[in-house]
Design a protein around this ligand. Structure first.
Ligand code: FEO
Ligand code: CA
Ligand code: CA
Ligand code: CA
Length: 634
């Protein structure tokens, strides 16, 4: 449902015209401009000689595998994969551990203490530095109500809405390596579900803002729940960051949708049917409730009693996720993007430096600082434009009463600033050694359509069904306001009959990059999310099922590491501190072209991972290791 954003979201066609001119849209590198000449010279050739942290990387060491076409998960020779914590498994809350029922008859109350649906970004939090004992914190992006209830989505009712709400949110579960396999530790004092009923504190400049106040929360500082959480990251101070992505799909705006909500893609009715049974999601009755979603949320998984926080200083967006780099003087720089067609890439620079003392000592670090939006210029340089009230066009006269309103309406502010409209920014990854920042731009089939922005230097293909990976390096430190940028690669099958769908990958081919992260050996891991409908069109014929690949960014080589079951997405990657175990998420195996399963045929496309005759496909985590116990990927 939340997956094929190209069909679920409005496109940003408003505001600034494209300022970008492209002479050669397929060039990999373009660095010009006198002011940048010296800096640029240091960086070329861009794939050849980045400086690397001690001990890493050493190139790709596994045997690549062919594209996958079966309802199975495949890893390279010498590796083994184990499924853990599928949807519906009891999370391990001591008071209650109801078993999963394969006919989907678990109640909403059961679901509130079971693993949520549609696993996405996840992070391993070591307990006492261990690589064999830790906590997994993860997101449950959305629900397929065709699988969630015995009789599917129609008719929706209040009980089903509550079960769907309880299948969203976050999970924390405890894991331990017990000889030859990983096990969920149950019961566990850390086990926790965060759902649409969990109180969140709102902090930062938009906390308490009139646009954040509702009848249920007249102070505008406390929100129930989080939803459509997609990517994840771990902060240097030991907390979990998660993005609230396609929150607009949960609200119904009625026939008179405000210009503000329309700019964020709200439609007359909720795609999930919540608005008809929970007035909180009826924006005609609660017009400010949508403003309370779209934030980066922070959770301390080590403290099961902690209140999670919505960090408004990082701006409101269809946040895929958020990733932290530290400046040399220890200030936090938080990169984020919003996965929607023609939307933006952001970074926040904290006012204060990170302190010793973990989560507690850094409770306010992300509440004070400056938010910027990216402009990628055609000469291979770029600028970070401040979203600061009173600076440039962000004035009362232009509809921004104060800094809180700038943050709540970050899209509108970015339109006015002339930021670059991107091809759906998904995950980001920060190479701490070379200091390059990578971002996947998954696809944008609307680029270049009538009335839509045309191609530009950073987004060089019209009807972009394959996606690309862009990267940049800041001038000076991570807080620099200038950058140089280029493309790591343009994804796609080089034998595709459409010229614009051909890629320039060196090695194994893929489409629609989504998850991306650096592993312990310095390899860049890339995960894909090409939608079933694209596969049926034939454009993905040789690419097979969604997959995970490793890239040696020094050479550009890409090698296929894992292929998933039918119509799944591979997303989220986290390593144990020793680099010997890799946890990922397999999301929506068996997804249907219409995004919602037929309850009478739950196994139509996949029956992974249980393969029971009375079962149904389940999203799950998978943990991968080498049979010889070595470092993953090397
Ligand atoms: Fe939830 Fe942008 O993927
Ligand atoms: Ca997804
Ligand atoms: Ca994603
Ligand atoms: Ca995606």
């Amino acid at each position: 449902m939340a997956k094929d954003h190209s069909r679920m979201e409005d496109s940003n066609t408003s505001g600034n015209p494209s300022i970008h001119e492209v002479s050669d849209p397929h060039r990999r590198t373009l660095l010009q401009g006198a002011g940048w000449a010296a800096f640029a010279a240091l960086l070329q050739p861009l794939t050849a000689c980045v400086s690397l942290p001690p001990g890493a990387p050493r190139g790709i060491g596994f045997q690549g595998i062919p594209a996958g076409f079966g309802d199975t998960l495949v890893v390279p020779p010498g590796y083994v994969a184990q499924v853990i914590a599928p949807w519906g498994e009891p999370i391990g809350v001591p008071a209650r551990m109801p078993a999963f029922r394969f006919d989907a008859s678990n109640s909403a109350e059961d679901q509130a203490v079971q693993m949520g649906m549609h696993h996405d970004g996840l992070e391993f939090f070591a307990i006492n530095g261990s690589s064999t004992h830790g906590l997994i914190a993860l997101n449950h992006e959305y629900t397929d109500d065709g699988l969630l209830h015995p009789d599917g989505f129609r008719p929706m009712n209040a009980d089903k809405v509550r079960k769907s709400q309880n299948a969203h949110g976050l999970s924390v579960y405890e894991v331990r390596w017990v000889g030859q396999r990983w096990e969920m530790v149950r019961p566990s004092r850390w086990a926790r579900r965060v759902t649409l009923s969990t109180p969140f504190q709102v902090t930062g400049p938009a906390a308490g803002h009139p646009l954040m106040r509702t009848q249920a929360d007249p102070d505008g500082r406390s929100v129930l729940g989080t939803l459509n959480n997609c990517a994840s990251s771990q902060t240097p101070w030991g907390t979990y960051l998660s993005g609230e992505e396609n929150w607009m799909n949960y609200f119904g705006g009625g026939s008179q949708i405000s210009a503000h909500h329309r700019r964020w893609g709200m439609r007359e009715k909720s795609a999930y049917g919540w608005d008809a049974h929970d007035t909180r999601f009826d924006a005609t009755q609660n017009p400010n409730e949508p403003n309370r979603f779209g934030w980066v949320v922070e959770l301390d998984p080590h403290d099961p009693d902690s209140t999670p926080i919505k960090r408004t200083a990082l701006g409101r967006a269809a946040h895929e996720g958020a990733w932290v780099a530290l400046t040399r003087d220890q200030r936090a720089v938080v990169y984020s993007g919003e996965d929607a067609r023609f939307e933006y890439i952001y970074k926040f620079v904290s006012r204060d430096a990170m302190r010793d003392g973990g989560a507690r000592a850094n409770r306010e670090l992300l509440d004070h600082g400056t938010l910027y939006v990216a402009r990628f210029d055609a000469d291979g340089t770029g600028r970070w434009l401040p979203l600061v009230h009173g600076v440039g066009p962000l004035t009362v006269a232009n509809g921004f009463a104060d800094q809180g309103e700038v943050l709540i309406k970050a899209r509108q502010a970015s339109d006015l600033l002339g930021a670059t409209k991107m091809d759906r920014p998904e995950w980001l990854a920060i190479d701490k050694g070379s200091r390059w920042v990578y971002c996947t731009l998954t696809n944008n089939s609307a680029r270049g359509e009538d009335k839509q922005p045309g191609v530009d230097a950073a987004n060089p293909r019209a009807n972009n069904v394959m996606g690309q990976i862009i990267r940049w390096k800041e001038e000076g430190d991570f807080d620099g306001l200038g950058m140089v940028w280029n493309h790591l690669l343009l994804a796609g099958d080089p034998e595709n009959s459409r010229v614009d769908a051909r890629g320039n990958i060196q090695g194994d081919i893929f489409a629609c990059p989504d998850g991306v992260c650096f592993g312990p050996n310095g390899l860049l891991w890339i995960q894909t999310d090409a939608h079933a409908t694209q596969m049926y069109k034939g454009e993905m014929a040789r690419l097979g099922n969604n997959q995970m690949l490793a890239c040696d960014t020094r050479t550009g080589e890409v090698r296929r590491f894992l292929t998933g079951p039918t119509n799944c997405e591979i997303t989220g990657a986290t390593f144990t501190p020793d680099g010997r175990h890799l946890f990922i998420s397999v999301q929506h195996p068996g997804e249907t072209p219409s995004d919602r399963s037929d309850p009478s045929q739950p196994q139509r496309y996949s029956n992974w991972p249980d393969f029971r005759s009375d079962g149904r496909p389940r999203s799950a985590n998978v943990v991968i290791r080498r049979l010889d116990g070595g470092i993953i990927g090397s």
